[in-house]
Design a protein around this ligand. Structure first.
Ligand code: BEZ
Length: 257
């Protein structure tokens, strides 16, 4: 949930907490995979509005949260003033051999170049420390993004590859990067996680929150038309029982320094 975007900070922290709290709810499973021990020093990389950092705090962990979005960090500080939260870039973390673990939920798909983030994570860990991360994997929300790109083209507009804001690797690709950096990869998983987007406007809300980069530079009324067409064309496949179901595909990894 964090957000490492290249351009301006357009994360709406309130909207994120109100309509997209599922991101940290799903992250609770990742906390189980992390298996934090009391007293460990752990970095929450891409802490968003701080909910999972607080879960880790309640486990007795010495937690530090960082996120590239100032809006997210401000909200995290106001919700959990007893946790240190800072604005930092995942590709340029200011830590050296400090953490027992780096934990990252729903962030690394935003970070380019991915190898630089892995170097930065590696540098932040103590020898023997672990990274435990979940992010979008190959094919993530592809039904949605393919349809948005198709509708952009049908509106007579160009869509350049560089406008695609995410990195969705396969297991092989990501494990290779981790090994290149020096990690021993002890766990990898690529799995489907159909994700419910609540209500009739669920897909539109999701596009506003996460997919707005795809529509950057497009006049508002054209962008609205594109979103309406996307909804119309995907209704038959992704709308079930009054809710939209997004075709999330996730990767989970554990690497040891
Ligand atoms: C997220 O950051 O949670 C996210 C981004 C793109 C697609 C799916 C999820």
């Amino acid at each position: 949930m964090e957000k490492f975007q290249n351009t301006k900070d357009n994360w709406d922290a309130n909207l994120y907490d109100i309509k997209h709290s599922f991101v940290s709810k799903y992250g609770n499973n990742l906390v189980e995979l992390l298996a934090p021990k009391q007293g460990e020093k752990i970095l929450d990389l891409g802490c968003g509005t701080g909910d999972l950092a607080n879960t880790l705090y309640e486990c007795g962990v010495e937690i530090v949260g960082v996120d590239k979005s100032e809006n997210m960090v401000k909200q995290a500080v106001s919700k959990y003033p007893y946790i240190p939260f800072m604005v930092q870039d995942a590709t340029n973390l200011e830590y050296h051999s400090e953490f027992d673990a780096v934990f990252s939920n729903a962030t690394l798909h935003w970070v380019q170049p991915p190898i630089q983030a892995l170097h930065s994570i590696y540098q932040s860990l103590k020898q023997g420390g672990r990274v435990v991360a979940e992010f979008g994997g190959k094919g993530n929300v592809q039904t949605i993004t393919d349809e948005i790109i198709q509708q952009i083209k049908e509106a007579g507009l160009e869509f350049k590859k560089e406008q695609f804001p995410w990195f969705y690797p396969s297991i092989a690709e990501y494990s290779n990067l981790m090994e290149e950096v020096g990690f021993r990869v002890t766990f990898v998983q690529h799995f489907d996680r159909p994700t419910q987007l609540d209500g009739d406007n669920g897909l539109k809300n999701w596009i506003n929150m996460f997919g707005s980069h795809l529509l950057d530079g497009i006049p508002e009324h054209t962008a609205n038309e594109i979103v309406t067409n996307v909804e119309k064309n995907l209704k038959g496949t992704l709308y079930k029982g009054g809710n939209w179901i997004a075709d999330y595909k996730r990767i989970r990894v554990i690497g040891v320094k």
